[in-house]
Design a protein. Structure first.
Length: 260
């Protein structure tokens, strides 16, 4: 089962999705059943099988579904013709330590894996450029979405007014209780903390959806070009993997985007 999205401005040749736990896969226990991340401790043969199921569904070869080894940083990899000519080992090296991907190559699906963190899709329909970023609290605080937009502008001549964005399934503010150190971290880099943190009797809560929306707006993305899925991975735990519920040794969703 895939979660698909309606674009803020409808375009049929740009496709994107988020996988769920319920994809008919063969992974077990905390990876059950449809884990497609090769980096979270699952049986490699199970991951391979699940990726083939996904590839069959989106009609793209598994070797053209690119998944980086993420480190909660802000490194971005441009997927170009030179990258695609590299062998699998070289590609793996180039994808190590990467938290966002950008491409304009048709038929190549770029994705990030999450299990509470925020996947942010970006796309310029006029330039046929797509991107996806992994934005947990660290990536959000370090403004990975802003940096990805800057790369789209500098490398592909995209214009902010032509870029659309979708904030995918992740942990919601009511479920995301955090420590005071996060409030300090976001304040120090200029976030309007009164708009993204809420204090309750039970503690401090962070709204990653709002934080990433503010980054998009600050980069000149038009408000009507931004959509928020509004799906919480923590509360919808039967559908989505949640590291907060299951622990780090558990499955991940893949949020992928491609130009068909």
């Amino acid at each position: 089962m895939l979660i698909t999205y309606d674009l803020p401005q409808k375009q049929t040749d740009i496709k994107f999705f988020t996988t769920t736990r319920q994809g008919g896969g063969i992974s077990e226990a905390n990876y059950a059943s449809f884990n497609v991340s090769p980096f979270c401790g699952d049986n490699p043969e199970h991951v391979k099988h699940n990726l083939q199921l996904l590839a069959d569904q989106i009609k793209i070869s598994p070797v053209k579904i690119l998944i980086p080894y993420q480190v909660h940083g802000t490194e971005i990899r441009k997927i170009d013709a030179e990258f695609m000519k590299s062998d699998i080992k070289e590609q793996a090296k180039l994808l190590h330590g990467i938290d966002a991907l950008v491409t304009n190559i048709r038929g190549v699906c770029i994705g990030v894996t999450t299990a509470d963190c925020v996947p942010v899709f970006l796309f310029d329909v006029s330039k046929q450029v797509v991107a996806v970023a992994h934005a947990g609290w660290r990536g959000t605080c370090a403004k990975i979405v802003s940096k990805t937009i800057h790369l789209m502008i500098s490398e592909y001549n995209c214009k902010p007014e032509n870029i659309q964005a979708v904030i995918g399934p992740s942990i919601s503010m009511p479920a995301y209780q955090v420590g005071e150190e996060l409030h300090t971290a976001f304040q120090e880099v200029g976030f309007p903390v009164d708009r993204i943190f809420i204090r309750k009797e039970t503690g401090l809560y962070l709204d990653l959806w709002k934080a990433n929306e503010l980054l998009l707006l600050n980069e000149g993305i038009i408000n009507s070009h931004i959509a928020i899925a509004g799906r919480c991975t923590f509360t919808e735990c039967e559908l989505f993997f949640s590291a907060r519920r299951l622990g780090i040794k558990s499955g991940r969703m893949l949020s992928g985007i491609y130009v068909s």
